[in-house]
Design a protein around this ligand. Structure first.
Ligand SMILES: NC(=O)c1ccc[n+]([C@@H]2O[C@H](COP(=O)([O-])OP(=O)(O)OC[C@H]3O[C@@H](n4cnc5c(N)ncnc54)[C@H](O)[C@@H]3O)[C@@H](O)[C@H]2O)c1
Length: 292
């Protein structure tokens, strides 16, 4: 005869079942800062929603000029009234204020950071790669790449990160291969990825904090759509990826996993999140189009 379940065992079974159904709350008790939610298309917007759903407490940040649009307040409300603190990522005083206020709000240190920031004046003005305005280029590198160093350095100097914390920045495969219309952003992404590795070493040694970049598929957002020929670009990537393009929601889910304790030994990596695009040579769908 099989064992009879006692009341206690039955209750324990039910509790366990309930815990399993809540297993997606993998950020329960964690606190993070999310940079770059401009509107509901933004990857950072989806990431904020998902981090909140996964149990995290968050602070939202964007450039003061972006906050004036007011969109972010809707997101803040949906994320348990998360504080919104303006910071231009090229301004060290803004960043110091952001980290200090965030720690005050959380009543302690920070577990994760999403750097989802990029901007190119040369792309906005339609300047070609061979005809860059170098003042703009400085600005692009500062906003889109050096800002990761600024964020990490601020957190490092303020000792703001909990041990085993996680920092993620978003990047694109143009850092490794030429996509001509991605223009100077390719150089910015190469620098961004290098900073993730270099700072990842130092933060890892001191605090076990990990730093990675996620190399995302082309995604329809304000920044993404600014790239010349974006429609062709995104369709080509779709046809070249065995799984298709990764959406902003998919990217958000990957970020949540990287903020969780399930990935605590992953650091200094550039992680392709692109449906297989980066390792595909050619596909029948693309060949078909060439034969037209
Ligand atoms: N959309 C894509 O196709 C794609 C693909 C790969 C990687 N990425 C990267 O994802 C990240 C997020 O971009 P997105 O596509 O969600 O577009 P987005 O336009 O929604 O986000 C870019 C954000 O950068 C912020 N920003 C610009 N200048 C700033 C400054 N000085 N200080 C603080 N914030 C500033 C903007 O306000 C905006 O919120 C970027 O790093 C982008 O390069 C995007």
């Amino acid at each position: 005869m099989g064992p009879v379940l006692s009341n206690e065992i039955f209750v324990a079974y039910l509790l366990n079942k309930r815990m399993n159904s809540m297993a997606h709350k993998i950020l329960e008790g964690k606190r993070g800062i999310i940079f770059g939610a401009l509107n509901d298309q933004s990857i950072a917007w989806k990431a904020a929603e998902l981090c909140h759903q996964a149990g995290a407490s968050i602070v939202l940040s964007n450039a003061p000029i972006a906050l004036r649009m007011g969109e972010i307040n809707k997101l803040a409300e949906a994320c348990n009234n998360a504080p919104v603190i303006g910071a231009d990522v090229t301004n060290m005083d803004d960043l110091k204020n952001l980290f200090e206020k965030s720690m005050e709000h959380f009543g302690g240190k920070i577990d994760f950071i999403l750097h989802s920031v990029g901007m190119s004046m040369n792309i906005r003005k339609g300047n070609t790669y061979t005809g860059l305005n170098h003042e703009f280029q400085h600005k692009t590198l500062d906003i889109s790449a050096m800002s990761l160093h600024r964020v990490c350095q601020t957190a490092y100097e303020l000792d703001a990160m909990n041990d085993w914390g996680s920092i993620v920045a978003l990047t694109y495969i143009a850092a490794q291969r030429v996509f001509p219309d991605y223009n100077e952003m390719a150089d910015a992404k190469a620098l961004l990825e290098s900073i993730a590795r270099s700072f990842g070493y130092h933060f890892g040694v001191r605090n076990k904090v990990r730093i990675n970049t996620v190399s995302q598929s082309p995604t329809r957002t304000t920044a993404g759509s600014g790239v010349k020929g974006f429609d062709g670009f995104i369709n080509y990537a779709e046809k070249m990826s065995p799984l298709g393009n990764a959406s902003a929601e998919d990217c958000a889910a990957y970020c949540v996993s990287l903020f969780s304790d399930y990935t605590r030994m992953v650091t200094m990596q550039n992680l392709f999140h692109d449906g297989g695009f980066s390792f595909t040579g050619v596909t029948p769908a693309v060949i078909e189009r060439m034969e037209d």
